[in-house]
Design a protein around this ligand. Sequence first.
Ligand code: GTP
Length: 447
Amino acid sequence: MSETLTRIMVVDGSSVSRAILARILRSEIENVEVVTCESGTDAITQLKEQDFDLVTTALLLSDMDGLALSRAIRDTKRHHYTPVIVVSGDADIRLLKEGFESGVTDYFDKSNGYRAFGDFIKSFIQRNTGLVGHILYVEDSRTAAAVTRKILEKHGLKVTLTDNAEQAIVLLDNQSGKDDFDMVITDFFLEGSLTGGDLLHAIRARLHLSQQELPVLVLTGSDDKQKQVEIFHAGGNDFVGKPLIEEVLIARVRSLLLIKHQYDALKQQAETMRWIAATDSLTGVRSKRYLMDNGESYIQNPDLHPLWAMLIDIDHFKRTNDTLGHITGDHVLAELGQTLNQWFPENMVVRFGGEEFCVLIKQQPADAMLDRAEQLRQHIEQLQPAGVDTTVSIGLASTEDHPDCHLSEFLSKADEALYYSKAQGRNRASIFTSEGPQASPWNFSNE
Ligand SMILES: Nc1nc2c(ncn2[C@@H]2O[C@H](COP(=O)(O)OP(=O)(O)OP(=O)(O)O)[C@@H](O)[C@H]2O)c(=O)[nH]1
């Protein structure tokens, strides 16, 4: 949810149009304040006194036309950069010819309907909100650095300045994942032993940061076409000629940051998808798919031995569902999942089936494992998850007893031990040794 307030001015001679446009904007855009004006003069007066993020204007107004209003807006200091959108039903030839020179940013064809107007403005705002990003700026001229830094900061960017490529590489190399750089702006000609071209090469070839991961904008005073080609060959995303023109610099920075932010969003999305595929949403433990993808390498890793498979199955869970309902059953499962995650934080906790969990537990001697299984059994017996009397049966198998098993075979040993626990009366733990299933020594002391 956006937290900053967006202020939009709507200029239109028709009171009906003003009311509809304002209503659409208020319903489509979060945190918006809409101010309406009937005439160009009224609009200019308010624009001189207040800040707005966007102005929409009809083409025909009672005292001037939308193009004249746009020109007047460009002449104000406060709104020199504010986007102006002409909203009109007839894209006449004058708008096409003069709109650009008048500083009109975009045009909305009213014949597309009011609903489309809401979508149009919403997406326009999303594309044109204040710049957000952390820029690593490499410039050895103090004067140029001061001026450019001021421009970037004025547009909302955070800037870290260094005057040489060597230092820039160190800063990039030491990024920690927090407050990392979103893009690099570098002068091509630098005084140190490395040029902007060398920096580019280091970013792409040594640090392996792609053009989407870390866009680089090169500032060059040279009109040399060969140099410009070299910049692209070295992995530069774009270049801007010096002396810098503020609007050109900001437009380039904006489009490169857009690439970077889209890359970050896709990466985040892929991460979320992986997490969803790997996690059981009801219980918060790993999914069976995760076990199938990762379990084999886990049990084959000798550093984790002795490694145990522990299968935990709720006793008479059907009865819980049948008497107390499926929802209560779900709550029991969720609480058990949470408990197992807490008990085995460094291990692989998996929902193995409907009411069955599997935990792969690393580096446990047999005595400690049998103690732990018994403590868990007792804990669940007293836990009453979701207020329901609940017990579990447990089956165990160890790599010490079954050193050369693959995952499925290893799990089936633990499953046989679990079956044995069920057959012996439930609410107990059993272990499948090299001699077959046996009751945990704890069961004898319980009975
Ligand atoms: N609430 C709920 N129930 C589930 C879920 N997945 C499986 N079950 C139920 O788990 C129950 C398993 O029943 P059974 O296989 O007969 O096992 P049980 O009643 O636990 O008996 P024993 O395992 O022999 O002690 C069935 O009623 C399934 O509907 C789930 O996601 N939520």
